[in-house]
Design a protein around this ligand. Structure first.
Ligand code: COA
Ligand code: ZN
Length: 302
């Protein structure tokens, strides 16, 4: 069976919206634990406005402290050119540029129109190529928007066509509010993959309504091989009302490993990382398998 790549976004998506103050040291530990469990691609932080998202104000310190981890392929989310200029000061494997499929979400999230955002992205893409930093373009609210409701597939695909043509290194499709259903995922991802051709495509899933794993499997069936999830399912976007946690990394790893689809992740170590991630969050973490494994251990049953 063809394997999958997992990108853990818990240090960014998981912690950006939580009132519990998390120290630089704790963030560094979380990332190092993820890498030790076999997850090398980690979205470590974001270079956004420190007053809008104070939890990410320490982006530089966190990346500096992680510079010596050679096995880490660090990813930082950036919303604009200024974010890129801040990010490029660090040893990064890639930047994750976020723009939404709807105008209202973009306005609330980054204060920009889709068109303005696209023109800034094209500048960043050129700079990043010169700097040797890979670029992902993530299309937020691709399956539904908390402000505009249903999202026209064609709006998503139009963005995908433009970034493919521009030469982006990876295309990300995000279910920011966990509203997708498996049939929708399969339909849209097949179309995205057809446009993407040899450009890798990732899906970013939230488990708000309990469909995260079903959607992940639908994406796999459509041909997606890169998944963005969060240890213990901590997460949620401050600009997406009602957005609950991300799909839990350990739940996804469990699913794939049980189906003999290699993930490259040490499941037992990952359970420990999920415990740690949960300890940094005030939210009720969504991951299920962690609780089952704990119970099993306690009762010493299969
Ligand atoms: N990092 C730090 N500061 C930034 C910045 C960035 N990426 N982008 C802009 N700024 C600063 C500017 O330098 C300016 O500072 P000044 O007032 O001292 O001169 C100020 O912010 C206003 O600049 P402007 O370009 O008008 O930005 P804005 O106020 O419209 O904010 C974003 C734009 C994108 C920075 C802001 O909306 C944001 O951080 N959004 C958060 C998005 C997010 O994290 N969402 C969740 C993940 S998807
Ligand atoms: Zn998210």
């Amino acid at each position: 069976m063809e394997g999958v790549t997992i990108i853990d976004v818990s240090p960014r998506d998981g912690l950006q919206n939580d009132p519990r103050p998390v120290s630089v040291e704790e963030k560094v530990q979380l990332v190092n634990k993820l890498v030790a469990a076999g997850i090398h691609k980690v979205e470590v932080t974001s270079f956004v406005h420190p007053l809008k998202v104070p939890q990410m104000a320490d982006a530089s310190e966190v990346l500096q402290a992680l510079a010596s981890n050679e096995e880490l392929e660090a990813i930082a989310l950036i919303p604009n050119l200024k974010g890129y200029e801040r990010a490029r000061e660090h040893r990064l494997s890639e930047v994750n540029w976020v723009s939404a499929a709807t105008e209202t979400f973009n306005e609330k999230n980054i204060g920009m129109t889709i068109e303005d955002n696209m023109s800034q992205f094209l500048q960043v893409l050129q700079k990043a190529k010169e700097d040797g930093i890979k670029t992902t373009f993530s299309v937020a609210v691709s399956f539904g928007c908390p402000y505009e409701g249903d999202v026209d597939e064609e709006d998503v695909l139009q963005i995908v066509r433009r970034i493919k043509e521009a030469g982006v290194d990876r295309i990300g499709i995000a279910d920011t509010i966990g509203i997708a259903t498996p049939d929708h995922v399969e339909r849209l991802m097949k179309k995205v993959l057809a446009i993407a051709g040899d450009t890798p495509v990732a899906i970013h899933l939230h488990d708000t309504r309990g469909l995260g794993l079903a959607n992940a499997y639908a994406a796999y069936q459509a041909g997606v091989r890169i998944f963005e999830t969060s240890a213990s399912g901590i997460g949620g976007c401050p600009f997406a009302p009602g957005a609950a946690g991300n799909l839990a990394t350990e739940d996804l790893v469990y699913l794939f490993e049980r189906m003999n689809i290699p993930t490259g992740v040490d499941f037992q170590k990952l359970l420990g990382v999920a415990d740690y991630a949960a300890s940094l969050s005030t939210k009720n973490p969504l991951g299920r398998i962690r609780h089952v494994e704990k119970q099993r251990e306690k009762e010493n049953t299969l």
